[in-house]
Design a protein around this ligand. Structure first.
Ligand SMILES: [Ca+2]
Ligand SMILES: [Ca+2]
Ligand SMILES: [Ca+2]
Length: 284
């Protein structure tokens, strides 16, 4: 009897270990930050990516930044925290069409996506298209194509699409205004239930004279403003099963690690905790 009991307990423990192994908390979110020099930043600037990274860490989020690049332009600054996740897709001087078509030796969006699959993309692109006086409509088409390429990698990707920060130039800024006026329509046109496109207004409240160091690129104040905008949008729009947080406190973070998150678009915080499933097993 005792021996049978002991074997039963043993097999229950083995089953529990198997279950726990299968649902070990996974990395919550692979986040791709896609753009141009405003996203990459140069060796004299930390980039808004750094500020955003610290904010997401402070939230207690589980996440991983992804990308084909891991350096700022002309080299890395002296990061205040050396464990900063430097992976990104901020390509200095690139236009939206170049993100799609690539440059020799540097690849293209579809090629970079062979090496990782983002759950979330933060996109601030089109400033160089505007600077080179390309048409607003061509940029609109290219941004939509970028979204399509991202979805070929992950059909459920969640996209945060920026209205561009202003340029301190009477020649170029009208093009920024024109393209920004199309961003809401792009999001409305491309948004789906599985792959929403959320607009992040990086233009409003950004002072092109005071918040840049060269009329184009954000200084430390501008980087902080941009990071805060991205952060606030993520706080507002990420579903509890795709937010990188253990909302119901069961030790499991997000789809598919958390049994309470059978669907990435679900609401973990309203689901039953996972523990009863194990108790049920013990009771059987
Ligand atoms: Ca990383
Ligand atoms: Ca969660
Ligand atoms: Ca959980």
């Amino acid at each position: 009897m005792n021996r049978i009991m002991s074997q039963t307990v043993q097999s229950v423990i083995v089953a529990m270990v198997l279950i726990l192994t299968q649902i070990t908390p996974a990395v919550g979110m692979d986040i791709m930050i896609l753009g141009d020099s405003i996203t990459q930043a140069d060796s004299n600037h930390l980039s808004f990516r750094y500020n955003l990274w610290t904010k997401l860490l402070d939230d207690g989020r589980s996440f991983n930044l992804v990308g084909s690049l891991d350096s700022n332009y002309t080299g890395n600054p002296n990061w205040p925290e050396q464990n900063f996740d430097r992976d990104h897709e901020g390509h200095w001087s690139w236009r939206a069409d170049e993100i799609l078509d690539g440059r020799p030796g540097a690849g293209s969006l579809s090629e970079w996506l062979v090496n990782y699959t983002p759950d979330i993309a933060l996109i601030h692109i089109g400033t160089n298209d505007v600077d080179q006086l390309q048409s607003t409509q061509s940029s609109v088409t290219e941004i939509k194509e970028i979204i399509d390429v991202l979805r070929s990698s992950n059909p459920d990707i969640i996209i945060f699409l920026a209205k561009l920060i202003p340029i301190n130039s009477v020649l170029y800024n009208p093009g920024i205004i024109d393209l920004n006026a199309e961003i809401d329509a792009i999001a409305a046109d491309k948004s789906t239930v599985d792959s929403p496109v959320w607009v992040v207004d990086q233009n409003n409240g950004f002072d092109a004279a005071a918040d840049t160091y060269d009329n184009f690129h954000p200084n430390a104040v501008g980087e902080e403003k941009m990071a805060q905008k991205w952060h606030d949008a993520m706080q507002t729009y990420l579903n509890p099963c795709m937010d990188g947080l253990d909302n119901d406190g069961d030790g499991f973070i997000d789809f598919p690690a958390d049994p309470d998150c059978p669907d990435p678009q679900g609401n973990e915080s309203q689901a039953m905790p996972a523990i009863p499933a194990i108790l049920l097993l013990l009771g059987s």
